[in-house]
Design a protein around this ligand. Structure first.
Ligand code: AMP
Length: 419
């Protein structure tokens, strides 16, 4: 007996049907927004992920040396590989470039419901524009993918890291102090943040004011607080993005949330997250925003933004909301009664398959009763029974599995009858 490695899963054919169904909805939504699908390798050089996320990433990476002594890692996410691909081959293409992808990712996380060591992401990157309409469209796309997939209850939070940095600077927090606070802010541990701020020598009233700002959902309050003119542009851009999101794209269900931090090192400007509250602890379905990675990877800097949706969590959210996935049925199951009928049965099966029907055939020479039972376990809509009587009349018997009604039909008329 061999066990599955911790944090990995097998998917039954029923589960795969659900997954493929949702993946197709996501894919067609990406396509409908003008994004084009790409694929990158499952493993990359270890250096790529270290360059993006620093030495700390090693803790969550699956990394190894290959037989040529090269340091490689299974990808923990897809933005770094896609930007590597862009810098290597796509820089000269007309802008903006809109790319999307599906891919399995690997992280040495602590497994629990909705958190795995192998999981699938659906994501996209837009390179070459930082216009408010590009950001509003990007956020709309993330929201619509989840909405079209059928998730009923979604919460969209929008923040801005340039503004957050400016708040930090106004409090004269050093880089190290900011680094210490970020994971606490990410987890909304406001009591711990208060203790830390006091330790940093910030007066009680100021510390409480900062906590209020981090929890504020009102852009006006944040604007009134900021003295720094350098973020004026950023605020105007954010306001225009939100206006377009609401008035042009029709996404009104969102909240400003200044405590979205993501990877503060390379994310810049707008950031957003989408949650499915029904999932409890692991409720984040999507994270994204604008970032600067291209020059770090040796390219000519261009504005870039993107998002990643946790595919597995989307499925868990749908299941938790009792979403009714369509059941895939087999169109036809064919039962030849007798060895001398196998050849003609196969010819009929192939003709029907070529016409686009999903068709299966008894491969065990079972009797009629057992074959019918097997056909209903396959969810067959129709069964074709072929005996010598039928063949003498150039016909087959077609049984409607829902009603149990049977009819003798000429072989040449099968496809038309079943349609
Ligand atoms: P991130 O790249 O960390 O922003 O993650 C993007 C999305 O991927 C998250 O919002 C989650 O939905 C999903 N995700 C991240 N880590 C895991 C994991 N270990 N297992 C399942 N889904 C994950």
């Amino acid at each position: 007996m061999f066990n599955l490695p911790r944090g990995t899963r097998d998917f039954s054919s029923k589960e795969m049907q659900k997954r493929r169904y949702i993946e197709e909805i996501m894919r067609s939504t990406f396509n409908s927004y003008g994004y084009n699908e790409i694929q990158t390798p499952t493993f990359e050089t270890l250096e790529l992920f270290k360059a993006k996320s620093g030495q700390e990433i090693m803790e969550e990476l699956y990394f190894f040396k290959d037989k040529g002594n090269r340091d490689l890692a299974l990808r923990p996410e897809l933005t770094a590989p896609v930007i590597r691909f862009y810098v290597d081959k796509l820089q000269m293409e007309p802008k903006p470039i809109k790319l999307f992808y599906f891919g399995n990712c690997y992280r040495y996380d602590r497994p629990q419901k909705g958190r795995y060591r192998e999981f699938r992401q659906a994501g996209c990157e837009i390179i070459g524009t930082n216009s408010p309409q590009a950001y509003a469209e990007l956020i709309t796309l993330a929201y619509k993918i989840l909405e079209n997939s059928g998730v009923a209850d979604l919460k969209l939070n929008i923040g801005n890291l340039t503004i957050l940095s400016s708040i930090f600077n106004q409090y004269k927090l050093t880089r190290d102090q900011q680094k210490y606070l970020i994971p606490l802010i990410d987890k909304s541990l406001f009591d711990d943040i208060l203790i830390a701020l006091k330790d940093f020598g910030i007066k009680s009233a100021d510390a409480e004011n900062l906590i209020d700002l981090l929890q504020s959902t009102d852009l006006k309050t944040i604007k009134n607080f900021l003295k720094d003119d350098s973020v004026k542009n950023e605020i105007e851009q954010l306001e225009q993005t939100l206006r377009l999101l609401e008035k042009a794209f029709g996404i009104k269900n969102y909240q400003i949330q200044m405590n979205i931090v993501r990877g503060l090192d390379y994310y810049k400007g707008i950031v957003f997250e989408i949650e499915a509250p029904i999932l409890g602890a692991e409720k984040q379905l999507c994270g994204g925003g604008a970032y600067e990675l291209i020059s770090l990877f040796g390219g000519r800097e261009a504005p870039s933004a993107g998002f990643a949706i946790g595919f597995d969590r989307t499925i868990v959210a749908l299941e938790s909301e009792n979403y009714e996935f369509p059941i895939t049925k087999l169109d036809i199951y064919v039962i030849p009664l007798g060895e001398d009928i196998i050849e003609i049965a196969i010819q009929i099966v192939q003709t029907l398959r070529n016409k686009g029907f999903t068709v299966d055939l008894d491969l065990l020479n079972r009797g009629l009763g057992k074959s019918l039972k097997y056909a209903s376990s396959l969810n067959a809509k129709n069964v074709i029974i072929i005996g010598s009587n039928e063949i003498e009349q150039d016909s087959v018997t077609i049984r409607d599995m829902e009603t149990g009604k049977q009819k003798l039909i000429k072989i040449k008329d099968i496809a038309e009858f079943i349609c």
